[in-house]
Design a binder for this molecule. Structure first.
Ligand code: NAD
Ligand code: TDX
Length: 347
């Protein structure tokens, strides 16, 4: 694809005044909007369905004259068309995002991740609007623990779960819309994010809020599985870099060399919270559980000059723990229902 695209296909920073951010009330999307408020002058329209994973409170302290929330579905073609007509660029975060949920009920993943992305692409095509599609390293499947290779942009797609396969399908739609219809799209595939405002169903905030609730952390299987952790602000600075300087049609992998196995992470959380580091339970493993993710982000670093800021995982984790301690009212209402859902699968 790269050979057919000229450098003039790069977007210009000054042209972006008004962004449509889908999924902007979720974890990464709300942090992206917050990051934009601190680092740019753009205004944002958030389109978010406010599913169980969306939270209006994640945006409530942001300036009302620069951030507008539209509650709606990315599969609603009429609504999407009307919003895209009035925007300079789309940053597409909205998705069903949790692997465990996709194993229990895949349908919302097919609908939102595939049909929703299709709906946005059709609007981008009609209005000739720049779009950046947020995706995941999970589209590449997994690596063995001792594999010296990491994922890069040429790794073949080999997703394991309904979630990762629906994200893979959405990436392929984006590539086809670039090639067949000239849609001005880029794609990024990022590794596991951590930071504030992450739903407590996910690994790190689940364990932090378990300890804060007097419950024991839960480790799937034996905890050898490795994830390549990146702070959410580093993910979002990379997204902004790609949106402004990426080459249309290109895919960029985002990662910060943060490989850790789950056992190490749970022990760090317990240690930082002043608990014995073995005070956790081993629970039923996730079916089809990917063993290891690892990202080679040298293309993004070499071609677009991006680099991560958060180099110390323990410090980032401590700041995340402090955030959950200080924001009990943000997560507490979801705790009981989240744990009740896990109890049904023995997790
Ligand atoms: P999240 O579940 O926290 O947030 C998703 C948001 O999308 C929620 O606010 C939800 O209400 C909204 N949404 C869901 N369905 C919608 C629909 N049909 N219409 C409109 N809004 C809808 O997810 P996240 O962790 O912030 O992930 C954001 C994106 O980043 C996803 O595309 C995900 O695949 C990708 N990603 C996540 C990670 C990670 O570690 N969390 C890593 C790489 C990529
Ligand atoms: O309680 C738990 N115990 C546990 O051991 C939970 C919730 C998870 N785990 C394990 C499973 C994984 O190996 O921790 C690891 C991380 O789990 P999740 O937080 O569910 O993340 P993961 O499945 O790796 O996917 C995440 O990163 C890639 C995001 O949820 C995706 O949206 C993103 O695409």
């Amino acid at each position: 694809m790269r050979d057919t695209v000229s450098p003039s296909a790069r977007a210009s920073v000054s042209a972006m005044q008004r962004l449509l951010v889908t999924g902007g009330a979720g974890f990464i999307g709300s942090n992206f909007v917050r990051w934009l408020m601190a680092n740019t002058d753009v205004s944002v329209v958030v389109l978010d369905k406010l599913t169980y994973a969306g939270n209006e409170d994640s945006l409530s302290d942001l300036p009302a004259d620069r951030v507008q929330l539209v509650v709606g579905d990315i599969c609603d073609a009429e609504l999407v068309d009307s919003l895209v007509a009035d925007t300079d660029a789309i940053v597409h975060f909205a998705a069903e995002s949790h692997n465990d949920n996709s194993l229990n009920d895949p349908w919302p993943f097919v609908q939102t991740n595939i049909v929703g992305t299709y709906t946005l692409l059709q609007a981008a095509r009609k209005h000739d609007t720049r779009i950046h599609h947020i995706s995941t390293d999970e589209v590449y499947g997994d690596l063995e623990l001792d594999d010296p290779d990491k994922f890069d942009e040429s790794t073949p797609y080999n997703p394991s779960s309904p979630y990762s396969s629906s994200k893979g399908a959405s990436d392929l739609l984006v590539r086809a819309w670039v090639r067949s219809f000239g849609v001005k799209a880029t794609i990024s595939n990022c590794s596991n994010n951590y930071g504030p405002y992450q739903h407590i169903e996910k690994f790190i905030p689940r364990q932090i809020t378990n300890v804060l609730s007097g419950l024991r952390p839960k480790l799937y299987g034996t905890g050898e599985n490795v994830r390549d952790w990146i702070h959410v602000d580093d993910h979002n600075s990379a997204v902004w870099t790609i949106l402004n300087h990426g080459v249309i049609g290109e895919t960029y992998l985002i990662g910060a060399d943060g490989e850790k196995n789950n056992k190490e992470v749970i022990e760090s959380i317990l240690g930082l919270l002043g608990q014995p580091t073995d005070a956790y339970d081993l629970v039923t493993d996730r079916p089809g559980h990917d063993m290891r993710y690892a990202i080679d982000s040298s293309k993004l670093r070499a071609e677009l000059g991006w680099k991560p800021k958060y180099r110390n995982f323990t410090e980032g984790l401590m700041a995340t723990i402090d955030w959950y301690k200080a924001n009990d009212s943000w997560w507490r209402p979801a705790k009981e229902a989240t744990e009740a859902k896990y109890a049904k699968t023995g997790q």
